[in-house]
Design a protein around this ligand. Structure first.
Ligand code: GLN
Length: 483
């Protein structure tokens, strides 16, 4: 039963082959048995899950239907869940029970999804390896000595290990697409504004976006359908109709114009990944696509610009964690300043502290123009590059990451080496564009992802292309040994 996709679960529930309660019990038992190896969950919500599963079964018995009605999922632990710990992977929020549900959580619950738990993540979503979590690193089910990617590494590892069919994640610079690539999943970062950020603990507000992680594009379509839509509570949410993503999966790719940026094939890219990227292009050509070389000339500036903008926003967003209103407070503070200093010094881990310092520096008087303003200008140039490219092509295709997963600890002494892993994903966040990563082969037994980018609000196009590719390839069906 644990091998079923969301689409298969929906059919099985509709055909009364099993109930949501039965399925939920099977998956909870599987999590209890296998998750100690992976550490993909921070909290399990067994009671809530069984209650939601029974309610979903009752709704089906009353004639209701829906692809998510009774479907087991989990939420990255930065989506607020009422009455349930929402830790953001940090000691700072280890004791924080959210007083309300995030819009994404509420929407999925209303659609009948069953929440099995909250998944592990890099602290405050800062990282690409899931090693910065206060709750310990997550292991990659493809090789337990390797990282699963981050920051949505818990969601990715759990879904890849068939502990559940799908989970939510968030992506500020690649945190859905990069762990999807490193664990052989399909993951989608929607257009900025497509999915509500209300109740999603902020890292860098102008870049953060929630989205689905699943094994297939078909399942990403189902989960995104439940997440997307206008939310008056989020001032950056966009009031744009949500198409029927599942209905759009079978469009023909005849004449689809794929752009492959020449800048993607630079020295940093593992040549074996370059070969798999080109093999995926050949596959799509067989389905009728035409390929064109394009250029994204400002791509080289993306990582430096991101590592000014994201820490700047983070330093501001994280100032609310002061030991007074939320979360951790140090023991026996001597005075107010000591309370602030020690609560933040003890509550935040080293990567979060590094970014707060970088961000506060970049925003300070005298440096603002040189760093923050400059980075914002680069951001516009990157967006302009994409706008020009999308005049010529329908989607942009390339690697999701320059390398496959690396060994736990391998990049710990060199944060910049980890930052460079996001070279292909970060531009979509800077421009606000939707991006998807899909399984496209293996290097040394480790999964490799191919990334597709599309114009604003063309999530449906990404899902359509990935679904057609998955109808003709079987990379996404491969299962890690032992799971
Ligand atoms: N790895 C990037 C960072 O550390 C992106 C993380 C994310 O998308 N949340 O900031």
């Amino acid at each position: 039963m644990h091998q079923l996709t969301l689409a298969e679960i929906a059919r099985g529930l509709a055909d009364k082959k099993f109930s949501s309660e039965e399925l939920t019990k099977v998956l909870l038992a599987r999590i209890a048995q296998l998750d100690p190896q992976l550490n993909s969950f921070i909290s399990l919500t067994e009671d809530l899950a069984l209650q939601q599963a029974k309610a979903a079964d009752a709704r089906r018995a009353n004639g209701e239907s829906g692809a998510l009605l009774g479907a087991p999922i989990a939420h990255k632990d930065l989506f607020c869940t009422q009455g349930i710990r929402t830790s953001c992977g940090s000691k700072m929020l280890d004791n924080f029970k959210a007083p309300y549900d995030a819009t994404v959580v509420a929407k999925l619950a209303a659609a009948g999804a069953v929440t099995l738990g909250k998944t592990n993540m890099d602290e405050f979503a800062m990282g690409s390896a899931n090693e910065s979590s206060y709750y310990g690193p997550v292991k990659n089910p493809w090789n337990l000595e390797y990282v699963p990617g981050g920051s949505s590494g818990g969601s990715a590892a759990a879904v890849a290990a068939r502990l559940l069919p799908a989970a939510t994640g968030t992506d500020t610079g690649g945190s859905i697409r990069q762990p999807a690539a490193l664990t052989n999943l399909t993951g989608l970062k929607p257009t900025y504004g497509r999915v509500s950020r209300w109740g999603m603990i902020a890292y860098a507000s102008s870049l953060d976006q929630g989205g689905p992680l699943a094994r297939t594009a078909e399942d990403c379509a189902i989960l995104l359908q439940g997440m997307a839509g206008f939310d008056p509570q989020d001032s950056t949410s966009i009031d744009e109709p949500v198409p029927d993503y599942s209905a759009g999966l079978n469009g023909s790719l005849q004449g689809l114009r794929i752009g492959v940026p020449k800048e993607y094939f630079s020295a940093g890219l593992d040549p074996r990944i370059a070969d798999l990227v080109m093999a995926s292009v050949e596959e799509l050509k067989k389905l009728g696509a035409v390929v064109k070389e394009i250029s994204l000339p400002n791509m080289q500036h993306a990582i430096p610009a991101y590592y000014v903008i994201a820490p700047a926003e983070a330093s501001s967003n994280l100032s609310r964690f002061d030991g007074v209103r939320f979360g951790y407070r140090c023991e026996d503070p001597k005075n107010l300043e000591d309370l602030y200093k020690r609560s933040r010094g003890e509550g935040f881990g080293p990567e979060v502290q590094r970014r707060i310092m970088v961000g506060a520096y970049a925003l300070s008087a005298g440096y603002y123009d040189a760093y923050y303003l400059k980075a914002q200008k680069i951001r516009r140039l990157i967006k302009n590059d994409f706008m020009a490219a999308f005049n010529e092509v329908d989607i942009i295709l390339g690697p999701t990451t320059p390398n496959p997963a690396w060994k736990l600890g391998a990049k710990n002494s060199d944060p910049v080496a980890e930052y460079l892993e996001d070279v292909y994903t970060i531009t979509a966040n800077l421009a606000g564009l939707p991006g998807l990563s899909m399984p496209a082969g293996f290097v040394d037994g480790l999964p490799v992802g191919v990334q597709l980018l599309a114009p604003y609000f063309q999530e449906g196009r990404l899902l359509n292309v990935a679904h057609q590719y998955q109808q003709n390839t079987d990379w996404h069906t491969r299962t890690p040994t032992g799971f």
